[in-house]
Design a protein around this ligand. Structure first.
Ligand SMILES: Cc1ncc(COP(=O)(O)O)c(C=O)c1O
Length: 379
């Protein structure tokens, strides 16, 4: 129940990766035959992933994570434009790697605006339009939110940005491979993805950069990845990423139906417990995300107690749960800190079964009841 944090690597992905550790282990920049084989694997993978989003191969560069790709786009953009000419706007519910990059840029003297969302987590269009009057040069909005699952109308947001001369970036880590994404049709200029949320390996990400748009690199070296990300490519990881994408192509549509069915069953069942509320949009949400707020209990305690029962869940986003602060996403949708602290995210994936859902719905009410009996918060 924690697939939004990460996924198991599909055995077929592992199988595809192994020869790139043992046989085709050359450096893709080397001109010898080992290098040439590795380069072939690298470029074939780029082609597979680019094609899946309807991009050209030279519009995709590989990174070591989505975190790195998100840092690269924000910082690469402002270093390209210069302090006097850039103004970056990011949504308040973006991932910490966007928000903390934005805060760091602000400290360096760059202009940054944080875009609010409504109670469902949807970007507020009127505010976006107002902010756009202030010469915004880049807007970044997460496509499918990792905590509450809300899906933004990316194509519409991108068009508003373009009407005002701004570029548009989206973090599609949670949606890529779950929903169809066509960068051209959706008017996306830059997009971040990674492998480990879609049954691929950890430590591989990618950034789509539309042709003829320039950013500055953050790492300098041998000029790999069009000079934007120097460092020898993680060929086995990238080949695994491409295999994961290939499998998504085959499985995504069928799986979406199955996940949506499981998700809705979970939501319906959990909302039968008293004082439980859905976080995020009721309809415009990722097919695998069921996020809730439970009155009178702490999400952390709930997640830990579920873990004891064999259910892996998350009280906030896994990446920021070390922080101990209420989630910025939940505060941005208007929850009070104590409400935000009672949140639990269940996120599904392709290895979940109907029995898993039944088991959660059997265990959850009991755990909630037990915790509430002990809760000093319960009136
Ligand atoms: C929306 C979103 N963006 C970025 C990331 C960071 O991805 P990575 O682990 O590849 O750095 C995550 C991971 O949880 C995420 O959910």
């Amino acid at each position: 129940m924690d697939y939004a944090a990460t996924t198991p690597v599909d055995p077929r992905v592992v199988e595809t990766m192994i020869p790139y550790f043992t046989k085709f282990y050359g450096n893709p920049s080397s001109l010898n035959s080992f290098g040439i084989e590795a380069k072939k694997g690298l470029e074939k993978s780029r082609e597979t992933i680019a094609e899946f989003m309807n991009a050209d191969t030279d519009e995709l560069i590989f990174t070591a994570s989505a975190t790195e790709a998100n840092n690269l786009i924000l910082k690469g953009h402002v270093f390209e434009k210069g302090k006097a000419k850039c103004h970056v706007a990011v949504s308040k519910i973006d991932h910490d790697c966007i928000l903390n990059s934005a805060k760091w840029l602000e400290k360096q003297g760059f202009k940054v605006t944080y875009l609010p969302v409504d109670k469902y987590g949807l970007l507020i269009e009127d505010t976006l339009r107002e902010v756009m009057e202030e010469n915004v040069t880049l807007v970044s909005v997460v496509h499918g939110n990792n905590e509450i699952g809300t899906i933004q109308p990316i194509d519409k947001i991108a068009q508003i940005c373009h009407e005002h001369g701004a570029l548009f970036h989206t973090d599609a880590v949670q949606s890529f491979g779950k929903l169809p994404i066509n960068v051209e049709d959706m008017h996306i200029d830059f997009m971040t993805i990674n492998a480990h949320k879609m049954y691929g390996p950890k430590g591989v990400g990618a950034l789509y950069i539309k042709k003829d748009l320039n950013i500055q690199p953050l790492t300098h070296g041998g000029g790999h990845e069009h000079g934007l990300r120097s460092g020898t490519e993680n060929v086995p990881g990238i080949v695994g990423f491409a295999k994961a994408v290939e499998l998504r192509k085959e499985e995504m549509h069928r799986e979406k139906e199955q996940l949506t069915h499981f998700r809705d069953k979970l939501i319906e069942g959990a909302l039968e417990i008293s004082d439980v509320f859905l976080n995020g949009h009721p309809v415009e949400r990722l097919p695998n995300n069921a996020a809730f707020r439970f009155s009178y209990i702490e999400g952390e305690a709930l997640a830990l107690n579920l873990d004891v029962e064999g259910i892996a869940a998350s009280s906030g986003s896994a990446c920021s749960s070390m922080v101990g602060e209420p989630s910025h996403v939940l505060l941005a949708i208007g929850l009070k800190p104590e409400e935000a602290r009672g949140s639990l995210r269940l996120s599904l994936g392709k290895y979940n079964t109907a029995d898993d859902i039944d088991y959660v719905l059997q265990v959850l009410p009991k755990v909630v009841k037990r915790l509430r009996t002990m809760s000093p918060l319960k009136p």
